[in-house]
Design a protein around this ligand. Structure first.
Ligand code: ATP
Ligand code: MG
Length: 411
């Protein structure tokens, strides 16, 4: 018996209605804000993620499903199952010159992502994300709109007991100053940081603040480090960008908490970063992560383009939302005449009704038992009905049975 691969999950009948509802709600909410759906491949050239997510991230360093196809010689290409979708959407945006439409260009997506992580509650190796990306905008109103889109979607799913955390990382220039100040302040503690952080210190020091290691976190709370973190290091432009965003969020009545330690795992973020968390998710509390990435389009070969987006984990959403029951069928046809039953079911289906039949010619009582489990009504098609050209229709909730002569009364 071959078992499912560790860290992956089958989504079976009982779960499908809730998944479907989550997706329908996403489509509804995003379409109302003028987003269009985009579907990009689940694998891309490895280099896209190395450049687009960043060499110093855990995702690229430890979590990618990478393999070579086309032989082991020089013609082989290295491809990677997408660990996230921003890089793929940016690639498509550049490749199809989607910037030709007047800005902003707004996209939403849904699909599986792949990360080689340690499987645990709320963490799988194949999981799903739903997200949005907006291109062609530097204005803080775009940040506010993207955040409100995430919040509206979560509200539609009945989730409002959530925390929105926000921070501004600054732009290319002030991010550099901050990075240098932080490096200087952390230097005396370098030996006490975990091995990952020692590596981050060289490659991407801001990401040290993202470390979940408790000893590292204690160091961030030392007064001299805290001074640097909580000092308003961002430049005046970035400051007013951030405060305009906060103004919009206040207007929209969206509550937020500023978290200066929030830097997010990916290399490409500039200015606004945000996370939406739910305490009821336990250790894996992050539902949604997002931010502005004004440098990414240019870095991947396009024109300089302001951009912002978010991604949400659908399995984590699933765990929080109310569960939707499977819809019952309109009709179950109870009959010992398979030809008549099949033809009637087919006619009903073509008229837009859902209908099921019995394949095995079982006793009526057995068929009725099955019918009451899966349908609202049973159509009894016995000898009398067939001869007399009528239908006996039983409401399986009330038990009331009626005689129907005209097929049109069934649809
Ligand atoms: P975490 O801190 O939980 O590892 P992350 O920062 O790696 O999250 P992002 O890359 O921002 O996550 O992805 C956005 C969302 O996708 C997360 O907030 C989470 O809901 C979901 N997600 C990320 N990795 C996984 C995973 N391995 N399994 C299930 N959901 C995931
Ligand atoms: Mg992660």
């Amino acid at each position: 018996m071959i078992k499912i691969t560790r860290g992956t999950k089958d989504i079976l009948e009982d779960e499908i209605p809730t998944w479907q509802w989550i997706l329908d709600s996403a489509k509804n909410v995003f379409t109302k804000s003028n987003y269009v759906e985009i579907k990009t491949p689940i694998f891309e050239a490895t280099e896209l993620f190395q450049r687009g997510v960043g060499d110093s991230t855990d995702i690229v360093n430890k979590e990618m499903y990478t393999f070579c196809v086309g032989g082991a010689d020089k013609t082989a290409t290295s491809i990677t199952l997408r660990p996230e979708n921003t890089a793929g959407v940016v690639r498509a945006y550049i490749e199809h010159n989607l910037n030709r439409q007047s800005p902003p260009q707004k996209f939403w997506y849904f699909g599986p992502m792949f990360r080689y992580e340690r499987p645990q509650a709320g963490r799988q190796r194949q999981f799903h994300q739903v997200g949005v990306e907006v291109f062609g905008c530097y204005e803080p109103i775009a940040d506010a709109e993207v955040i409100s889109c995430a919040v509206n979607f979560l509200k539609t799913l009945g989730l409002d007991d959530l925390t929105l955390e926000l921070n501004s990382l600054g732009c290319k220039n002030c991010k550099n100053d901050y990075r240098e100040s932080l490096k200087k302040a952390l230097k005396p503690y370098l030996d006490d940081l975990c091995d990952d952080c020692k590596m981050r210190y060289e490659k991407n020091p801001l990401r040290i603040l993202d470390c979940k290691n408790e000893d590292c976190q204690k160091i961030f709370m030392k007064p001299d480090i805290k001074d640097v973190i909580y000092n308003d290091y961002i430049c005046d432009d970035c400051k007013s960008h951030f405060s305009e965003l906060l103004g919009y969020l206040d207007e929209l009545n969206i509550k937020y908490k500023i978290n200066k330690l929030l830097v997010r795992g990916l290399d490409y973020y500039t200015r606004t970063v945000f996370e939406i968390k739910s305490e009821s998710l336990g250790a894996q509390s992050a539902l949604c992560g997002g931010g502005r990435y004004d440098g990414l389009v240019e870095m991947l070969g396009g024109a300089p383009t302001g951009a912002i987006g978010f991604a949400m984990g659908v399995e984590r959403l699933y765990n929080l939302v109310k569960k939707i029951e499977k819809e019952k069928l309109d009709y179950f046809i109870v009959s010992n005449d398979p030809k008549h039953a099949l033809v009637l079911a087919n006619k009903l289906r073509l008229e837009g009704k859902s209908a099921e039949i019995d394949y095995q010619n079982r006793k009526f009582i057995k068929q009725l038992e099955k019918a009451s489990k899966c349908a609202h009504r049973a159509i009894i098609l016995g000898e009398d009905e067939i001869k007399g050209n009528f239908y006996s229709v039983k409401d399986l909730n009330s038990g009331v049975q009626e005689k129907i002569e005209d097929f049109r009364d069934l649809i």
